[in-house]
Design a protein around this ligand. Structure first.
Ligand SMILES: NC(=O)c1ccc[n+]([C@@H]2O[C@H](COP(=O)([O-])OP(=O)(O)OC[C@H]3O[C@@H](n4cnc5c(N)ncnc54)[C@H](O)[C@@H]3O)[C@@H](O)[C@H]2O)c1
Length: 381
């Protein structure tokens, strides 16, 4: 059967521009879908750089102004892979132009912007999704299935970490290129919006909404040279953040993120403890899910390490890949997200996390930052 086409306009050619392009290229090789994404146009400001990206990944054309990309009638979907301060304006314009929108996380700089984006896509009735890709790591999706089946019983605790170590040197500048993450004007916040947003999205998905938070943040290096001005400027982002919370189901949450944990590159871990059992997951070993079931026979009771690679449907997404026992990796979470998006697109159904779903995470991030700032508990509103 000839596939229907979803013509992609990609904005940004960095880390995520590459991760998504790779997913678009692979998805129809592994998933039987009605739609095929077509790499129609890539967009960024530097024509030479975006041409090189287009050549590498097979984009048919390029634009250097995202407004021109959005105006093109031969583009069906806009993929937003640019720094956070650009998400709102691009998404609102893309919605007004009737495009489907796939937006990188965090949805926006803050919940107010996020709300405007939700209203724009909902008023326009366009398909929309946010790339919280860790939901679609098979071991994480399996955790969701186990929790939803009630096997853990009543939940008491949820804890997550996202630890890195790449900004410890005071010589790392801020702003421009890949260092926009250190510039509060482009990023909105530091580890809270960048790393904890992932932990919060997964937590809400697995364990339900968050009611209130109390947080602390720290900026260890107070001034860094700004790449664009060449001057030493104050650092406005949080280098580290830890917070406690109550979930709506009565369980307690504990979250920590930093870019100052020497030795850790991307240590994202979570653990959930219930009345009957617990689950834990570690991005560095992402194909494994650890499970403890207190109802096991006493002599056999202990943590199981499930290698989430089996076929037959019990292990999510895996029957699309190689043979049982052969694991997949980080990039595949994006392939899964594209596959699910294309399926929803074909059926006219929303695919989670939508903008509205991602707004919940944005609200928690806002409450975390406000709590750290005010040094008090904040409700998530
Ligand atoms: N889902 C994830 O796990 C994940 C991982 C990394 C980044 N992200 C998110 O993806 C987004 C991009 O991050 P990245 O790591 O790919 O950044 P990056 O610095 O690698 O790439 C950013 C791209 O944006 C382009 N750009 C900047 N300003 C532009 C403009 N005005 N018009 C057009 N293009 C412009 C740059 O040229 C570059 O190609 C951010 O929102 C980030 O939070 C998500």
């Amino acid at each position: 059967m000839t596939k229907k086409l979803l013509r992609i306009g990609m904005i940004g050619y960095g880390f995520m521009g590459r991760a998504h392009s790779n997913a678009y290229a692979k998805v129809n090789h592994f998933f039987d879908l009605e739609y095929r994404p077509v790499l129609t146009a890539a967009c960024a400001r530097n024509a030479e750089a975006v041409q090189a990206f287009a050549d590498t990944w097979g984009y048919a054309s390029l634009e250097t102004d995202w407004r021109k990309l959005i105006a093109r009638p031969d583009v069906d979907a806009i993929d937003i892979c640019v720094p956070n301060h650009l998400h709102r304006e691009i998404a609102v314009a893309a919605a007004a132009a009737g495009k489907a929108i796939l937006c990188e996380k965090p949805l926006a700089m803050n919940a107010q912007e996020g709300e405007e984006m939700c209203r724009a896509v909902e008023a326009a009735g366009v398909p929309n999704m946010v790339w919280y890709n860790y939901r679609r790591v098979p071991a994480v999706t399996l955790a969701k299935r186990i929790i939803d089946s009630g096997q853990l019983g009543k939940i008491f605790h949820y804890r997550a970490n996202f630890l890195q170590d790449w900004t410890i040197s005071a010589d790392v500048p801020q702003g421009g290129g890949g260092l926009w993450r250190l510039d509060v004007a482009a990023a909105g916040s530091g580890v809270t919006g960048d790393l904890l947003a992932h932990c919060i999205d997964t937590a809400i998905w697995l364990n339900g909404g968050i009611r209130d938070v109390t947080a602390m943040t720290e900026t260890f290096v107070k001034q860094r040279k700004h790449v664009e001005t060449g001057k030493l400027e104050p650092v406005g982002i949080d280098d580290a953040c830890a917070f406690l919370c109550h979930f709506q189901n009565g369980s307690l949450g504990l979250f920590e993120s930093t870019r100052y944990a020497r030795g850790h590159k991307a240590l994202y871990t979570f653990e959930i403890n219930g009345e009957h059992g617990s689950l834990r997951w570690d991005l560095h070993d992402l194909h494994r899910l650890e499970f403890f079931d207190h109802r096991d026979a006493g002599a056999l009771r202990g943590w199981r390490s499930i290698h989430v690679t089996d076929h037959g449907g019990e292990h999510p997404y895996m029957n699309h890949w190689w043979v049982p026992g052969l694991q997949i990796g980080y990039e595949h979470s994006f392939v899964h997200q594209v596959a699910d998006f294309l399926e929803g697109y074909a059926k006219g159904q929303p695919v989670a996390p939508t903008f509205r779903d991602a707004l919940e995470t944005q609200k928690v991030c806002d409450a975390v930052l406000a709590s750290a700032n005010q040094r008090r508990w904040e409700n998530v509103v």
